[in-house]
Design a protein around this ligand. Structure first.
Ligand code: SAM
Length: 250
């Protein structure tokens, strides 16, 4: 039995809540959440009541020892974010690390995640992929971060890359991507699972022109194609080739 359950919640469509998530929220003694109003709304929509405790980047460190103590005393906690999978650009990593180190039971209930949803819809190779969270908000730091990834490509990395970005910064961010990576295939996924879900696909230059003409609103993920666009092929080719070779030599 887990003392700490990581519960993924919808990223915009209540229908995506899983039945395991509902049971976990019902069974938890305490639900750790970011914005209690957001989680309260979810619980209300599900017809649930729960004791909420606020848990965010600023109090994670100081709360963790008390939470571990309560877990040792048998209290069951569920951790949720405002949306999606906890820890993924959201609080929880330090608590999980500490709970694991303390030998407490931790489990995760899979569910909605904007990054993976965007990746699968992008039409770009799904693996290998790098999830990079939010890029640095300021231009110079952002370009430095992108340049480090570009340098890793020079050293042999070829992976699709996924970022979260705010609609106010997405134009600058795409421009920086083009400066650093060139005019590569990319995708902009917006308002996933919601009424205005939209995925724009194309070379960065096309996405940039599109953002200028029609600035995207709402929640956005950006996916950049890998250095080697056939990155996803070789392992399948290899399998097929091995089978062909084996049947030929038999
Ligand atoms: N933990 C969440 C998850 O698993 O997806 C992500 C939390 S992060 C603080 C919030 C960011 O995720 C947003 O700014 C946006 O970039 C992205 N995001 C969340 N919901 C989204 C959606 N419905 N469509 C596109 N992007 C979304």
């Amino acid at each position: 039995p887990a003392q700490l359950v990581l519960v993924s919640t919808p990223i915009g469509n209540l229908g995506d809540v899983t039945s395991r998530a509902i049971s976990a929220l019902r069974l938890a003694d305490i639900v750790l959440c970011e914005d209690s109003r957001v989680t309260q709304r979810l619980l209300f929509a599900l017809g649930l009541k729960a004791k909420l405790e606020s848990f965010h980047d600023h109090n994670e460190e100081s709360l963790t020892p008390h939470l571990l103590e309560a877990m040792r005393n048998g209290r069951k906690f569920a951790l949720v974010s405002d949306a999606g999978t906890p820890l993924m650009s959201d609080p929880g990593f330090r608590l999980v690390r500490a709970a694991v180190a303390a030998g407490l039971g931790v489990t995760a209930l899979p569910g909605p995640n904007a990054a993976v949803t965007a990746l699968t819809l992008s039409g770009l190779p799904p693996h290998p992929y790098l999830f990079l969270g939010f890029p640095p908000p300021r231009g110079a730091a952002r370009r430095t971060a992108f340049a480090a990834l570009r340098a890793a490509e020079t050293a042999g990395l070829s992976a699709s890359m996924i970022w979260y970005e705010s609609p106010h910064r997405v134009a600058e961010m795409l421009a920086d991507l083009q400066t650093v990576f060139g005019d590569r295939p990319a995708a902009l996924a917006r308002e996933l699972t919601k009424h205005f879900e939209e995925v724009r696909r194309g070379p960065l230059s096309t996405l940039i022109a599109g953002v200028e003409a029609n600035p995207p609103r709402g929640e956005i993920c950006v996916v950049l194609g890998p250095l080697d666009p056939d990155a996803d092929e070789p392992e399948f080719d290899l399998d097929a080739r091995l089978r062909a070779e084996l049947s030929r030599t038999r």
